[in-house]
Design a binder for this molecule. Structure first.
Ligand code: UD1
Ligand code: CA
Length: 457
């Protein structure tokens, strides 16, 4: 459509959220409400997007400009929040004189592209197209008023409804397509003579009807797509709706989820064939799973690549890392940023790894800290070993050659280099480089003090 203007109303404070954060910056699926709306808006390829902002102004603006760095939005400042009609007025100077304006509410995050497209198809150049919904519990929403010929003739806000009107279940979702040619006149004629003393955008409908403009509508098919967030209860409800729809997308793409209600997607998940995700996992950022990957219960993955046939056992936390083929990680592993685990490696319980490479087939199975280390292939790190990488000021590197065997309880004081094929005796504190293919031991010799117990008595 030519000259499609989109106006996103996002200036409100959201008093009912009881929060210092502007309402539209609250999140669903770790993405702000406003981000959800803008992303949907962009898919319609509009001529321009005008965002009406006000409460928490700079915070809203810088958040959006950070995320959509390459996009140009027109920002219309609404200094005082005098109502949705007044908000639209603030956007007027930025609209194209002809064409149409699609109004979106910044606090209705899950609006779907299908409904909006259907609305655009119903727009004929001079009518108004509204998106309505039937709610069993319409409380709080503006009600659609129809005449005897069942034409829409206006909207009444909850607080202005008469007793009879309260029973109307057809509600205004807050999405409208309006012809730009008439907008200025209509908006300038709005009054704030109502229970809230606000300029209501919803009053445009009766105004247009009285001028003989056709008021057309599309009825939303899925309730959650038109529900607004005005309080934390609604935020939580929509979060669950959003999560369920993410889970369905994963299931439809062939991933096995043990329970579609017990998974949280706070980013993007791509997976190959025959992956299985157990309950209560959280995925953040960009997560890519290869084929036949298993993710155990309660695991959290953020910006992670996991290659084919790898199993992540329960309660593992992995961030900014790459786990290559056929590895076994966890249970209870913590893998921190800049870590690469190569093929067939095993990382076990209560092991923390940071900024390190673990070579093919190497094992770090129990109670160990590996930081800033480069570990070769087929290395065995015994239980309770630690790379002492930090001297209080700087971080230092530990390099371990292929086939090294590090006995349990070893302290590797970095910078240090363990020559390939060497063996480190358990309980050593290694402060110097070790020879390849030799045994290195650095611990106090064990002695027996004969007669000591007897003397003490
Ligand atoms: C509004 C509608 C109501 C509809 C409901 C759907 C009006 C008068 N009422 O009610 O018919 O059923 O949405 O969710 O429009 N905003 C501004 N500036 C303002 C006031 C609001 O930008 O001065 C923005 C808010 O940030 C929000 C949106 O407009 O994104 C809606 O405002 P809100 O106060 O939440 O309206 P509702 O009472 O929900
Ligand atoms: Ca609202």
């Amino acid at each position: 459509m030519q000259n499609l203007n989109i106006v996103v109303l996002a200036a409100g404070q959201g008093k009912r959220m009881y929060s210092d954060l502007p309402k539209v910056l609250h999140k669903i699926g770790n993405k702000t409400l406003l981000e959800h709306v803008i992303q949907t808006a962009q898919r319609l390829c509009p001529t321009r997007v005008v965002i009406v902002y006000g409460h928490g102004g700079e915070q809203v603006k810088s958040h959006i400009n950070n995320i959509f760095a390459d996009n140009e939005f027109v920002w219309a400042y609404q200094e005082q929040q005098l109502g949705t009609g007044h908000a639209l007025k603030c956007a007027l100077p930025h609209l194209t004189p002809n064409g149409a304006t699609l109004v979106l509410y910044g606090d209705v995050p899950l609006i779907d592209i299908e409904s909006l497209t259907e609305m655009l198809m119903k727009y004929d150049g001079s009518n108004i197209v509204m998106l309505t919904a039937m709610f069993d519990n319409p409380f709080g929403y503006g009600r659609i008023i129809r005449n005897n010929e069942s034409q829409i003739i206006g909207i009444v806000e909850e607080r202005d409804t008469s007793q009879g009107e309260k029973f109307i279940k057809e509600v205004n979702t807050g999405f409208y397509i309006l012809p730009n040619g008439r907008l200025t006149d209509w908006v300038n004629n709005l009054s704030n003579d109502n229970s809230q003393g606000e300029y209501y955008i919803t009053d445009l409908i009766a105004m247009a009807y009285n001028e003989g403009i056709d008021i057309d509508y599309i009825e939303a098919k899925h309730h959650h797509t038109t529900m607004g967030v005005n309080n934390k209860l609604q935020l939580e409800y929509l979060e669950r709706m959003f999560q369920e729809s993410c889970a369905k997308i994963l299931l439809n793409s062939g991933i096995t989820l043990i329970d579609k209600k017990r998974i949280d997607i706070r980013g993007e998940v791509n997976a190959g064939r025959d992956c299985v995700i157990d309950i209560n996992c959280i995925f953040e950022g960009r997560v890519v799973l290869g084929n036949r990957v298993k993710i155990g219960a309660g695991s959290i993955l953020k910006n992670v690549i996991v290659d084919d046939d790898t199993e992540i056992k329960p309660y593992s936390i992995i961030e900014d890392a790459q786990i290559n083929k056929s590895c076994v990680i966890g249970p209870f592993s913590r893998i921190r940023p800049q870590t690469v685990i190569n093929q067939q490696a095993h990382v076990g319980n209560f092991v923390e790894i940071k900024n390190s490479v673990i070579g093919c087939g190497s094992k770090v199975n129990h109670l160990t800290y590996i930081g800033d280390a480069d570990i070769g292939n087929a290395v065995n790190i015994g239980a309770g070993s630690v790379t002492c990488n930090y001297d209080g000021k700087n971080k230092h590197k530990t390099i371990i050659g292929d086939n090294v065997f590090v006995g349990s309880g070893t302290m590797l004081v970095a910078p240090v280099n363990l020559g390939e094929g060497g063996v480190i005796g358990a309980g050593s504190t290694i402060t110097k480089n070790t020879e390849p293919h030799e045994l290195s031991v650095a611990r106090a010799k064990q002695i027996t003090v004969f007669g000591w117990l007897k003397r003490r008595r």
